[in-house]
Unconditional design. Structure first.
Length: 219
């Protein structure tokens, strides 16, 4: 049985990515921001897949490097065959520059850049040492073109992530381990529907579709 670690398992995308890989026959480890969220996502998975589903979740704040480091060390010891890592965590804010605050900028950098920085820092050396391994992170289609009004902070944090992915692949090019990003458009989540109630939801990407893209990037 292959193993995979999915960070940000408590979110809508994270849950459906966990479900996708369980259905593909994986043993899935997950992380959630708080202990209460670990309980919640575990019960959700059991409701979907049965109580015997090979899923185990842990609490860890992805914006706290020490917690990311501790969990990485725990999982690397618990399952030395673990060679696939996905980060489904992220954040979005639409705010014009003149109205933006430092807290909003910090939130987006924490959610979209620093969480991935910590993950890559503490997983890539391990995967490289084993001469194999795949990490997939969630960027955004919007980060591949100029940012529109109100999108500067969000696109900036995703563009920083893109640079980090390029850097990691350059540094570990000779090891057999690599990082890939997926670039979804708007994902159909309850939060996005609430924020954009008049949008055409049929044009949005489903979490299941994104999960399939993640699987392709892990190949």
């Amino acid at each position: 049985m292959q193993s995979i670690f999915i960070a940000g398992a408590e979110g809508h995308l994270g849950r459906h990515t966990v479900l996708h890989f369980l259905n593909q026959g994986y043993r899935v480890f997950g992380s959630a921001w708080k202990t209460a969220m670990v309980t919640e996502v575990t019960e959700w998975v059991r409701a979907q897949c049965g109580r015997q589903a090979p899923f185990e979740a842990f609490a860890a704040s992805l914006s706290a490097e020490s917690e990311v480091q501790a969990l990485a060390a725990k999982l690397q010891t618990q399952d030395p065959t673990l060679s696939k890592v996905v980060n489904c965590a992220g954040g979005f804010e639409w705010v014009k520059l003149a109205d933006s605050t430092f807290q909003q900028a910090q939130f987006l950098m924490d959610a979209n850049f620093y969480s991935n920085w910590a993950l890559l820092k503490h997983w890539m050396p391990y995967l490289a040492k084993n001469k194999q391994g795949r990490v997939v992170v969630i960027s955004a289609a919007a980060s591949t073109k100029p940012a529109g009004a109100g999108m500067g902070l969000y696109v900036g944090s995703k563009a920083a992530l893109n640079a980090l992915v390029d850097c990691a692949n350059e540094e570990y090019a000779q090891t057999g381990a690599h990082v890939r990003a997926v670039f979804p458009t708007i994902i159909d989540t309850p939060r996005n529907r609430a924020d954009m109630p008049t949008a055409d939801f049929s044009t949005w990407m489903t979490p299941a579709h994104v999960a399939k893209l993640i699987e392709e990037k892990l190949a």
